[in-house]
Design a protein around this ligand. Structure first.
Ligand SMILES: CC(C)(COP(=O)(O)OP(=O)(O)OC[C@H]1O[C@@H](n2cnc3c(N)ncnc32)[C@H](O)[C@@H]1OP(=O)(O)O)[C@@H](O)C(=O)NCCC(=O)NCCS
Length: 187
């Protein structure tokens, strides 16, 4: 099984259905923190719910679609990143992320998303990587900006949480923009 070291003691590797119990335990630590910002079906309450999330990704991955990767710190899941969508025919994918509260502020997501972008652009020849978040999700906006993404605009009133509607912003980076930030990388 492949795994990539993101930082001392923290590895990124595919999150699979056999991790359901660990993922459910992680979700119990992360749930309150992530719920306002991520889709409701992702925030499960049980091992069966966690397994259903991972099974959805496994099925999509088998069809070269969405993929999910966990971040393990000393053997415990602390968050992760995913290709929310992956459309190789159109050359467009969307990356998403989450962390449990104790893992925030260490640069784990910025580095992990960099790794996914590298794979998308270099290995898979994608043309455009997207990032979508609530406009008031300051930490998520900061990740997009730190990685050189630009705002494509705001989807007004397109996110619902706790009976209220919020605006969402779409960020993206194009292949040529990403390449221009890495002069040493062969196209
Ligand atoms: C969005 C979220 C994952 C971002 O987490 P994060 O820890 O801020 O992002 P990173 O892991 O990239 O870390 C960046 C922070 O680490 C710091 N950092 C330390 N070392 C770093 C490094 N080598 N590289 C980059 N940043 C580093 C940065 O300064 C920054 O901290 P600051 O904002 O206090 O200055 C987190 O806030 C979260 O889980 N939110 C709830 C769920 C969510 O919103 N998901 C996204 C839905 S769109």
């Amino acid at each position: 099984m492949f795994e990539t070291v993101v930082r001392d003691g923290v590895v990124l590797k595919p999150l699979e259905t056999w991790h359901s119990r660990d993922f459910a335990e992680h979700m119990s630590r992360a749930r309150d923190h992530i719920r306002p910002w991520v889709g409701p079906t992702f925030v499960t309450e049980t091992v069966e719910g966690a397994r259903a999330t991972l099974q959805r990704y496994a099925t999509a991955t088998a069809n070269d679609g969405a993929r999910i990767y966990g971040l393990w710190n000393d053997g415990r899941i602390v968050g992760g990143v995913m290709f929310v969508t992956f459309d190789s025919a159109w050359g467009i994918c969307e990356i998403g992320c989450w962390l449990e509260p104790g893992a925030v502020g260490g640069g784990l997501i910025t580095r992990s998303v960099e790794l996914l972008m590298e794979w998308a652009f270099l290995e898979r020849g994608m043309s455009r990587v997207e990032w979508r978040c609530r406009t008031d999700n300051d930490r998520s906006v900061a990740v997009a900006q730190r990685l050189g993404m630009r705002s494509d605009g705001v989807l007004r009133s397109s996110w619902v949480y706790d009976g209220r509607r919020y605006d969402k912003e779409v960020f993206s980076i194009l292949r040529a923009e990403w390449m221009s930030m890495r002069p040493g990388v062969a196209h």
